[in-house]
Design a binder for this molecule. Structure first.
Ligand code: UD1
Length: 461
C-alpha cells in the first residue's frame, strides 16, 4: 500500500537515539562476501531497504543468509554461484548491481550479466571509470542492447592480472569495484587517485580479514595483493555518518538538542567544522556526539562539497535547509554531482530564498565549470518555511524535505517515502522518540471517489 508521511512541524527535537550501521558500507560488504565461499558474519547491520534489496540479490546469486534484524547480526555464505545473471528487477533499484562484476569476475567462467544500473536521479551516474579499471585488470566487458534496456556482459576467461590503474576522479563505486576484482587478480594492483571514504576503509578492513594484503598510502593510492587463501570473517559495520549528520541538522534547525550514540568523531570532521562556523552546537562525548542549538545560526558560509576528507555531498541537502534558518547569505558549490540542487525548487515554494547558478561559486572551479548545470546556489536566511505537499525525488533530498517539514509550522504531507526507507532505519520511530509529530499513513486516494474517502477518513481521525 502506498503510504505518506504527515509531519506537523514547529517542535524542537530533543532526546537520544542510537546511530545505525552505514548503508554505504553494508551493501558493499555483502557483495564483497561473494568473493569467497567462506562464512561472513556482520554486526551492527542496518535494517534498511537497500540492505534488504542487496540481501535478496545475493540470495538469487546463491548466498545463504540468516539475518537477525533485532540483534542486527547477519550471516552470509555463498558455497557456489547459482547464476551470474543479475535479474532485471534489481537494475533500477540502487548502485549495487554493477559491483557484482568486480566481485564475481574471479569466481566464475560464465558471463556476468548486469542490466543497466539505476540509483537516485542525481546526475547521469556513468560507470566508465568502473569499466575502464576492470578492463585493465583483464576483464572483457561489453554493453549489449536487450529487449527493454541494455546490459553489461563481463567475463575474464584469461584470468585477472594485477595492474596500475589511475582513476581520473576518485569515484567511490569505481574504487570499490576495482578493489573487489583485484582481490582475485594475480599479483599486485595499484589504484591511484582512489576514493578513501570511511566506507571504503571499512571495506578494506573486511578484505584484509578475508585474505587480501591491502594498504592505503597517503597519496590516495590503494595497493592490493591478491588473496591466496580465504578466511571466515567477523566484521562490525561502521556507523552511518549520513544518518548522524541528518539527525544532527534536524536537531539544530528545530532549535533542539539530541545525543547520537555511536556517532564516530573521526568520520565527521569536515561536517563538524562547518557546523562550528555557523554557530551550531556540538559536544563530542565518550560514546557519541551531542548536537544542539545555541544562540542563533550565522550565515556567511562558503561550503564546497568534495570527496573525502572534504565535505560530503550527501550532507549538502539538509545543510541547505539548515542555512535557510541562519542569519545572512551562504554559498554552496556542489563539485561531486552536476545535478544535485533540483530539490531546492520545492524548498523555494516553501518560502526559502535560494538562487541557482551554473558557475562555480567560491573557491576552485570544478569538473562542471563550463557546463550548463546548476551546481552552485546562494541561500539567504532566515526565512520561515510553510508546510506543503512534497514528493521525494531521492534519498538525501527526502531527508532535507522531512527537515523542512519539521521546521514549518503546520502539517506537510510527504510522498515517495520508499526513498527514505532505503537509507534511514526506523525514521518515524526515531523522530517520534525525539518529540517530532510525524506519522506514516496510507496515501490519500486520488479522483472524486478518493476525495470523498479522504474526507470521510479525516473526519474519522
Ligand atoms: C557513493 C555513495 C553516495 C555518495 C557518493 C559520493 C553508495 C551506495 N553511494 O556513490 O551516497 O554520494 O559515493 O561520495 O555508496 N563518476 C563517473 N564515472 C564513473 C563513476 C562515477 O564520472 O564511472 C562520477 C559520478 O557521475 C559522480 C562522481 O563521479 O559525479 C562521484 O560518483 P561516485 O563516487 O562513483 O559515487 P557512487 O559510488 O555512485
Amino acid at each position: 500500500m502506498m503510504e505518506v508521511l504527515k509531519v506537523k512541524g514547529g517542535k524542537p527535537l530533543s532526546g537520544q537515539i542510537k546511530a545505525a550501521g552505514a548503508k554505504n558500507a553494508m551493501t558493499k560488504l555483502l557483495v564483497a562476501s561473494l568473493l569467497s565461499d567462506k562464512k561472513c558474519t556482520f554486526y551492527n547491520v542496518p535494517n534498511i531497504g537497500d540492505v534488504e534489496i542487496t540481501v535478496n540479490l545475493c540470495k538469487e546469486i546463491g548466498s545463504e543468509i540468516k539475518w537477525d534484524k533485532k540483534e542486527k547480526i547477519l550471516e552470509i555464505v555463498t558455497p557456489e554461484l547459482k547464476t551470474s545473471y543479475v535479474p532485471q528487477k534489481y537494475s533500477g533499484s540502487n548502485r549495487i548491481p554493477i559491483l557484482m562484476i568486480g566481485a564475481l569476475l574471479g569466481r566464475t567462467d560464465e558471463d556476468i550479466i548486469v542490466p543497466t544500473i539505476g540509483g537516485d536521479l542525481i546526475g547521469s551516474r556513468p560507470v566508465d571509470l568502473h569499466i575502464n579499471a576492470l578492463h585493465k585488470l583483464g576483464a572483457r566487458i561489453e554493453y549489449r542492447e536487450m529487449k527493454k534496456e541494455g546490459a553489461y556482459f563481463a567475463q575474464a576467461h584469461q584470468g585477472l592480472k594485477g595492474s596500475i590503474i589511475t582513476l581520473n576522479y576518485p569515484s567511490v563505486g569505481a574504487t570499490e569495484n576495482t578493489m573487489l576484482a583485484a582481490v582475485r587478480a594475480k599479483g599486485t594492483t595499484l589504484i591511484k587517485n582512489a576514493a578513501i571514504e570511511p566506507e571504503i576503509i571499512d571495506l578494506i578492513l573486511f578484505l584484509q580479514k578475508l585474505g587480501a594484503n591491502i594498504m592505503v598510502d597517503v597519496d590516495r593510492t590503494i595497493c592490493i595483493q591478491h588473496a591466496n587463501q580465504f578466511h571466515e570473517v567477523e566484521h562490525t559495520v561502521l556507523t552511518d555518518r549520513n544518518e548522524v549528520a541528518s539527525y544532527a541538522m534536524a536537531a539544530i534547525s528545530t532549535k533542539g538538542r539530541v545525543f547520537i550514540e555511536g556517532a564516530e568523531h573521526h568520520n565527521m570532521i569536515a561536517f563538524l567544522n562547518k557546523l562550528r562556523e555557523i554557530g551550531g552546537g556540538f559536544q563530542v562525548k565518550k560514546n557519541g556526539i551531542e548536537f544542539f542549538y545555541e544562540n542563533g545560526l550565522r550565515g556567511g558560509l562558503h561550503l564546497e562539497t568534495d570527496v573525502h576528507p572534504g565535505f560530503m555531498t550527501d550532507w549538502q541537502q539538509p545543510f541547505v535547509v539548515l542555512m535557510t534558518q541562519a542569519q545572512g547569505a551562504s554559498v554552496f558549490h556542489e563539485t561531486v554531482y552536476e545535478n544535485r540542487f533540483g530539490y531546492t525548487h520545492t524548498l523555494k515554494t516553501m518560502g526559502a530564498d535560494i538562487e541557482l547558478f551554473t558557475q562555480c561559486l567560491g573557491g576552485k572551479s570544478c569538473r562542471f565549470a563550463s557546463s550548463d548545470h546548476h551546481h552552485s546556489i546562494v541561500v539567504k536566511g532566515p526565512t520561515p518555511l510553510k508546510s506543503t505537499d512534497i514528493s521525494i525525488p531521492d534519498l538525501r533530498a527526502g531527508f532535507a524535505y522531512v527537515m523542512a517539514a519539521l521546521i514549518a509550522g503546520e502539517t506537510s504531507t510527504i510522498s515517495n517515502v520508499d526513498f527514505l526507507d532505503r537509507g534511514y532505519e526506523e525514521l518515524v520511530a526515531k523522530l517520534s522518540s525525539m518529540g517530532a509529530d510525524i506519522t506514516r499513513v496510507p496515501a490519500p486516494k486520488k479522483g472524486a471517489k478518493g476525495a470523498l474517502q479522504n474526507m470521510l477518513a479525516e473526519t474519522r481521525v
